[in-house]
Write a protein that binds this ligand. Structure first.
Ligand SMILES: Nc1ncnc2c1ncn2[C@@H]1O[C@H](COP(=O)(O)OP(=O)(O)OP(=O)(O)O)[C@@H](O)[C@H]1O
Length: 232
């Protein structure tokens, strides 16, 4: 089976508000996929369902053949759109925790990335700037050897110089059999690393295609095409 994720007829309602609306899509192995859509299109809701943080109203998701649950949690590395780390711990203490908690965590990889970004592991999280906290979180996630990485706005608070390093890290440090799903509004920055893109609107799939296809068939960058499709 080449598909890592199979989403079938997925619907999530918050009361009467339909956030994800009968979504059916399959994600292959070994691709970096952009999950793109205007505000409120259902990206974060979908990501939370993939991580077992929300229960769908209807439909199914299989990740590597398993329903979302304990079996998939050990295979999915998730970067949420807000900080979840304990602020009065040092980075080193957090590395200890990740090492204990995740069998697939490479401390060596995490320490190397921290060093490349000039982040001192002896300092407490609380003392770091917002962007540096985000870098630490991303390093922790990318240091796992997961099957599926789900990154919700991974570079939003990161300065442009570090963005390139982080994007290179995403490409270079993950297992080529794994898939990376990146939700972002910073399309121009991220599209250089994407293989494929999903466009969502009103909780539905608008388009799922390769970045090369958009460039060749539309003669446009993903960013320019997104602006055209979703022009207000
Ligand atoms: N906890 C909630 N209760 C009620 N409605 C919600 C809740 N969370 C999200 N929604 C609604 O669900 C829809 C999809 O929201 P979601 O956050 O998934 O979109 P998004 O594509 O991630 O948006 P953004 O790009 O702004 O982060 C929106 O209409 C939103 O108002």
């Amino acid at each position: 089976m080449n598909n890592l994720v199979e989403i079938v007829n997925l619907t999530k309602k918050y009361g009467t508000n339909v956030a994800v609306n009968h979504l059916t899509v399959s994600l292959p192995k070994g691709k970096i996929i952009g999950l793109l859509g205007p505000n409120g299109s259902g990206k974060t809701t979908l990501i939370k369902i993939l991580n077992g943080l929300l229960t769908p109203t209807e439909g199914t998701i299989l990740i590597d053949g398993n329903n979302v649950g304990p079996a998939t949690k050990s295979k999915v590395a998730y970067l949420p759109d807000r900080t979840y780390l304990t602020m009065n711990q040092t980075i080193r203490e957090i590395l200890d925790y990740f090492q204990d908690f995740y069998a697939d965590f490479s401390r060596e990889r995490a320490e190397e990335m921290l060093k490349s970004l000039g982040i001192d592991p002896t300092v407490k999280m609380r003392t770091l700037s917002k962007g540096t906290k985000e870098k630490v979180q991303l390093i922790l996630v990318m240091s796992r050897n997961a099957s599926l990485y789900i990154l919700d706005e991974p570079i939003a608070g990161v300065d442009p110089a570090a963005r390139d390093y982080i994007l290179r890290t995403i490409i270079n440090n993950y297992n080529p059999e794994a898939t990376v799903l990146i939700s972002t509004h910073l399309i121009e920055d991220v599209e250089q690393v994407l293989d494929e893109v999903i466009f969502m609107r009103y909780g539905q799939l608008v388009l799922y295609t390769s970045v090369d296809n958009i460039r060749e068939e539309k003669g446009k960058s993903v960013d320019a095409y997104f602006r055209e499709v979703f022009a207000c």
